[in-house]
Design a protein around this ligand. Structure first.
Ligand SMILES: Cc1cc2nc3c(=O)[nH]c(=O)nc-3n(C[C@H](O)[C@H](O)[C@H](O)COP(=O)(O)OP(=O)(O)OC[C@H]3O[C@@H](n4cnc5c(N)ncnc54)[C@H](O)[C@@H]3O)c2cc1C
Length: 492
């Protein structure tokens, strides 16, 4: 955490939303001497990231780990003094399972989302037919496309064949993006794979080069899972500690809903007081209904950001409102260890759409990380919904639990009623990076740059993962400071 600047701050910034992107933006602004206020409608930091601790269970409501191959999240954790909390995925769980023709199979070792890292593991896999395997082998000879973008489905079918797409790529990628693969933009969601094809001619050749650069280590089975970490006492330890650190460096935290932002000489941020007490007592009730600021950073989800900014820029609001979102539900189930027949020796299992199940994936939480369940119990998180099954997120709890327990009984041999059953509902929580998303983000960026002192961050733009949203908050702060400064120079 940067110490507060020695000189007294004169310029004021309001950050709307205390999710991870908002906290990152506020930290940057405060570090540069801006008098910073964060306003959050829920009255707590973390946004969708929240941990429930109950009677020996530690349940993540949404995200349960983050990738360390990008530095932003890990650096933040370390800066906040949380090094001792960092837990990698346990070595015994560093593989994934996939359902194929009713049976569970291991995802071939070295297969990274859509990259066939090791042909030997494809050849010996029980998941693909001989024809499907042969088609994957031929990936190397498929010419690279000259198109600037392609849907995930078009790209994966072209490179690996329909069978590998349907049995492997679709379920693995859906687990992350909850998206429709026929609409998901490769350029926006998975640019590294597109670049790999363009640079090396094929995914296989690109992976070879990447592994040589990475020293070969990542080629080993499960090494990718070693790049994911969580925090021992729950992922929301990160925003909780971050909010405390920001408070001690002078960042004000308010509990209110922002309904609009207007602009005359400065920004006016219009607040609606919250009806219920703040979830974090550090978030105070505002003493005024309008805040004045020289910079404003919006980090609320795109439809809400659109409504807030409409009074300043109708075109920006329209672009933001056009970003689609998908919903999902997570059913968290606890069982006595002996009630589940499967050894749960993996990070989880993913389910291809062609298997026609009601659930998308199951994360074996207590296998991935220790102390997620009481002694002799296991914790499973079952995912339902997504872009291709939008109704699931709206079903009542009893129906969702019934769907989850029935598939878990069938696939993992879980017997009897679960000792824990909790439903976490995420309606319209996952932005969808459809084809054309990058062009939209480009237009959004130009429109934001045209509003001096304005910044925009969050999962709707250039990455939904925790490191990416932290990076987006940092970048939004940089832009807001830059355009605010340029504007005051031009007025001087
Ligand atoms: C179910 C699920 C599982 C996930 N799993 C993972 C994972 O394992 N790993 C990973 O890296 N990522 C994961 N993600 C993605 C990641 O957690 C999110 O993309 C990221 O945390 C979003 O951060 P954010 O700051 O953009 O937005 P949010 O967390 O949505 O924060 C926005 C904040 O704005 C506030 N707000 C909204 N409107 C207003 C208003 N009008 N006035 C004031 N405040 C307002 C909200 O209260 C909220 O606090 C998952 C997401 C979901 C939904």
């Amino acid at each position: 955490m940067m110490p507060p600047p020695a000189t007294s701050p004169s310029r004021r910034c309001v950050v709307i939303g205390a999710g991870l992107s908002g906290l990152a933006a506020a930290e940057r602004m405060a570090a540069e001497g801006w008098q910073t206020t964060i306003v959050d409608a829920a009255g707590r930091g973390g946004g969708v990231v929240e941990t429930v601790r109950d009677d020996g269970w530690l349940v993540e409501r949404s995200a349960d780990n983050f990738l360390t191959t990008r530095p932003e999240a890990l650096d933040t954790v370390r800066r906040l003094g949380l090094d001792a909390e960092i837990l990698p995925v346990q070595a015994t769980a560093r593989r994934a399972l996939v359902l194929g023709r009713g049976r569970l199979h291991a995802v071939p070792a070295g297969f990274r989302l859509m990259v066939p890292g090791r042909l030997s593991s494809i050849l010996t896999s029980s998941l693909l037919t001989p024809a499907g395997k042969l088609r994957v082998m031929l990936e190397r000879f498929v010419p690279a496309s000259t198109a600037a973008d392609e849907s995930l489905e078009a790209f994966a079918v072209r490179r690996l064949g329909r069978e590998a797409f349907e049995r492997l790529v679709q379920p693995l990628v859906s687990g992350i993006w909850t998206a429709d693969p026929a609409r998901l933009s490769m350029a926006a969601a998975l640019p590294d794979f597109l670049a790999m094809e363009k640079r090396s001619g094929s995914l296989r050749a690109g992976e070879k080069t990447r592994l040589l650069t990475a020293g070969g280590m990542e080629g080993t089975a499960g090494a990718r899972y070693g790049n994911f970490v969580t925090l021992a006492s729950g992922l929301d330890t990160l925003p909780t500690r971050w909010c405390q650190a920001l408070r001690s460096s002078g960042v004000e935290q308010l509990h209110a809903r922002v309904t609009a932002v207007q602009r005359t000489d400065r920004f006016q941020i219009v607040l609606e007081p919250a009806q219920s007490p703040a979830a974090d007592a550090g978030f105070a009730s505002p003493s005024a209904s309008v805040l004045e600021a020289d910079a404003v950073i919006l980090t609320a989800a795109a439809p809400r950001a659109a409504a807030i900014i409409r009074g300043i820029s109708q075109p920006l609001a329209d672009e933001l409102a056009a970003i689609d979102y998908a919903g999902s539900a997570v059913v968290c189930l606890g069982y006595p260890r002996k009630a589940v027949a499967h050894p749960l020796d993996a990070a989880g299992l993913v389910i291809p759409r062609q298997e026609r199940r009601k659930i998308l994936a199951v994360s074996f939480s207590s296998s991935k990380f220790p102390r997620r369940a009481p002694a002799d119990s296991v914790l499973l998180r079952v995912f339902l919904g997504g872009a291709l099954d939008p109704e699931a997120a709206t079903l009542d709890d009893a129906t969702l639990i019934k769907r989850a327990t029935s598939d878990v009984a069938d696939l993992l041999g879980a017997e009897g009623a679960p000792t824990l059953a909790r439903v976490e509902r995420w309606e319209a929580a996952m932005p969808q990076y459809h084809l054309g998303h990058l062009e939209r983000v480009g237009r959004i960026r130009s429109l934001v740059e045209g509003i001096p002192g304005c910044g925009l961050a969050g999962a709707a733009l250039e990455g939904v993962g925790i490191p990416q949203v932290i990076a987006s908050g940092q970048e939004a702060a940089r832009l807001a400071m830059h355009t605010a400064r340029t504007d005051s120079l031009s007025k001087a």
